[in-house]
Design a protein. Structure first.
Length: 151
């Protein structure tokens, strides 16, 4: 006769009821960046520290990558990433990317134009900045952040 412990029943219940996302592989991100850019490397480190699997592609033709992926010139920053099916431009916090992947809006992606001080990968005293959701027909503030935290 097999005796099942209370602990075994609780563990089996927790696994059965856990959301599938808890067991999902990390999201894969491909980052296109200039080979000499230090802040881009800092942003890649931020993504990895937040559970993303990152592949970097060093390129001197970032403008062509941005054009191919549909990044508007006024939203451009120093690196461009792909995380299927979205584009992520600039120093977007991992928290915003996770929200994008969970919400699944009909959009091209997210952007943080320029290089705000204190944003992920950037040094300096953190300042507040907007993360912009953009697409072919829409552009709006997706969230406001300071460093890597929503405000």
């Amino acid at each position: 006769m097999t005796i099942i412990s209370r602990r075994t029943v609780l563990l089996a219940s927790a696994v059965a009821l856990a959301p599938r996302a808890a067991f999902a592989a990390p999201s894969r991100v491909t980052v296109h960046k200039d080979p000499g850019c230090g802040c881009c490397n800092g942003w890649v480190d931020h993504l990895r520290a937040n559970g993303f699997a990152v592949k970097t592609i060093n390129t001197k033709t970032l403008d062509a990558v941005k054009a191919r992926l549909g990044v508007p010139k006024e939203l451009a920053a120093c690196h461009t990433a792909e995380i299927s099916p979205y584009v992520v431009e600039g120093h977007v916090p991992a928290l915003a990317i996770k929200k994008l992947l969970a919400d699944k809006p009909h959009a091209t992606g997210l952007a943080v134009p320029g290089m705000p001080q204190g944003s992920p990968g950037m040094g300096g005293t953190p300042e507040e900045y907007d993360v912009i959701l953009f697409g072919k027909t829409e552009r709006r503030v997706f969230g406001r952040y300071k460093a890597d935290k929503a405000v």
